[in-house]
Design a binder for this molecule. Structure first.
Ligand code: ADE
Length: 250
């Protein structure tokens, strides 16, 4: 997977590319991250990209021509690329979209700022507009990192323990089970007995049940949305904890 990032704040991405799981993945060439300074495509010596909005109002808008030129130039540098524009107006990011994006070989991630891009960037380039949630960030940079981290985790080899990704897939659409480590007791709260039993089948069962239970009570919307992805065993558990959430119930 190769990511190209187009931003007016390339320095945001320096630690992101070199730290932790992603840093190791870049080092091992499992993924590539090229960060491009949008201002390199400005048509004036002040490297200015933004201008006042037509119709008036607060804030500035990034002009379309330099962004369009930059995207086309970066596109030509490699294989076929899918362009993602981070915007609060976009399709909400979820694991289904993350999996879809992970199926690409190249992603060009466009980070907006200020009041956003001139709408003709979207009209002409037809990128996938993606939002990471119903709130407004100062710009697309943090959102771009969210997309890239979620996608990179699905690239084979990036997450050290493949079992962890396989398990994520089995329990996709469920909240995680609770986890514990030493010490055994904290202010009177003990680690559940089953996790100390050494019985791996029982532990797996307990974890699955706690994941289903947490999802049913905290995020019933996830159950409805992900029903088709659940294995039969997960569906059986959901019926037990919350029969009303089973969409197949007559
Ligand atoms: N830019 C500003 N807010 C955003 C959001 N919620 N998602 C994606 N990009 C954004």
């Amino acid at each position: 997977m190769h990511f190209d990032v187009l931003t007016i704040f390339p320095e945001f991405f320096a630690p992101f590319r070199t730290t932790g799981v992603l840093g190791r993945a870049v080092e091992r060439s499992l993924i590539g991250i090229d960060v491009h300074d949008m201002r390199d495509w400005a048509d004036n010596k002040w490297r200015q990209l933004d201008d006042e909005p037509y119709g008036g109002g607060p804030g500035m808008v990034i002009q379309a021509p330099p962004v369009i030129t930059a995207v086309r130039e970066i596109e030509r540098r490699g294989d076929r690329v899918r362009t993602v524009l981070l915007s609060p107006r976009g399709r909400m990011l979820d694991q289904t979209l993350v999996e879809e994006l992970a199926g690409e070989t190249r992603l060009l991630v466009l980070c907006g700022r200020y009041e956003g891009f001139d709408e003709r960037v979207a009209e002409i380039l037809e990128p996938d507009e993606v939002s990471i949630g119903d709130y407004i960030l100062g710009g697309g940079e943090v959102a771009a990192m969210v997309v890239m981290e979620a996608v990179a985790r699905l690239v084979p080899g990036v997450v050290g323990d493949p079992e962890s990704v396989a398990e994520d897939s089995f329990v996709a659409g469920l909240l995680d089970h609770p986890s514990y480590t030493r010490p055994l007791e904290v202010e009177g709260c003990e680690v559940p007995e089953v996790l100390r039993s050494g019985n791996h089948a029982k532990i797996a069962r307990w974890r699955l049940e706690r994941g289903v239970e947490a999802t049913v009570t905290r995020r019933p919307d996830l159950i409805i949305k992900n029903w088709d992805r659940y294995p039969a065993e997960v569906r059986r558990l959901i019926r037990r904890y919350a029969p009303g959430l089973d969409p197949e119930r007559g």
